[in-house]
Design a protein around this ligand. Structure first.
Ligand SMILES: [Zn+2]
Ligand SMILES: [Zn+2]
Ligand SMILES: [Zn+2]
Ligand SMILES: [Zn+2]
Length: 87
């Protein structure tokens, strides 16, 4: 079955479906080790690598998801920075 990649808009017969966003993508835009598309791969939490990030940590700048970060004021601080920054 020929389908269109939703990222590059080209037709491909090897269609992969991202398990996070449900996009249909070509092999080039799919990360087979994580079963997600490359759009999700760049917005993935850099701590757990499982969920979509919701923002950058104000301390280290890492992309972190809601489970791996805590809201501090207007920004986010990741759990790793909270652990190392507090005594
Ligand atoms: Zn593509
Ligand atoms: Zn995706
Ligand atoms: Zn996370
Ligand atoms: Zn951090």
């Amino acid at each position: 079955m020929i389908s269109r990649c939703e990222i590059c808009d080209s037709f491909t017969k090897d269609v992969y479906i991202c398990k996070l966003c449900g996009r249909k993508v070509c092999k080039e835009h799919y990360d087979e080790t994580k079963s997600i598309c490359l759009v999700c791969a760049v917005t993935l939490c850099q701590l757990c690598g499982k969920r979509l990030a919701r923002g950058n940590c104000a301390v280290c700048g890492k992309l972190v998801c809601s489970a791996c970060s805590i809201k501090v004021g207007a920004g986010l601080v990741c759990k790793r920075c909270l652990q190392t920054g507090q005594k």
